[in-house]
Design a protein around this ligand. Sequence first.
Ligand SMILES: Cc1cc2ncn([C@H]3O[C@H](COP(=O)(O)O)[C@@H](O)[C@H]3O)c2cc1C
Length: 178
Amino acid sequence: MEIYLIRHTTPLVAPGQIYGWSEIPLAETFLEEVNSVKKQLTVKFDRVYSSPSMRCVKLAAALTGEVIVDERLRELHFGDWEGKTWDTVDQDALQIWMDDFVHVCIPGGESMLQMQERLCAFWNELINNSADHVAIITHAGVVRILLAMHRGMDMTGIFDIKVGFGQIFHIKSPVPYK
Ligand SMILES: Cc1cc2ncn([C@H]3O[C@H](COP(=O)(O)O)[C@@H](O)[C@H]3O)c2cc1C
């Protein structure tokens, strides 16, 4: 099985806006960006999975007629901070989270570790399937975590992985994650 991790296209968000599970609109460059993604893809997918967030489903639907939506592919749930900006949330709570974003749970939301658990469950289920070429349309946080596990990186280093809008990451030989 070969897996292609693809981040959704450019969204319309205000500077510093916090969004994970929130639904946000896409920029007017959507069709242009879809064509650019399509040009870079030379294989025909047996399966196309997507996060339920509209910004992902729209790209997935542009790549295939049959999208498999999976809740486990959602971005981090930012809980009480969703829709707010980094400078307007409780700064003490924010500092506690930033000091240990792997383990600390966001108020009303989830921790990165909880997110990693749901992604591991999805991944290990996926690679037991018999598809040859699989696309996963998802979010920056999901791509970072899956790539960090594939590369055997420490989770504290995930932000070293730059993930652009519409960027494609090709995993040739996926392995089960613990
Ligand atoms: C621990 C952690 C901290 C993050 N801060 C922002 N994002 C992520 O969530 C936001 C929405 O992503 P997208 O545009 O791909 O839907 C972006 O800011 C992205 O970097 C994070 C993700 C994780 C796992």
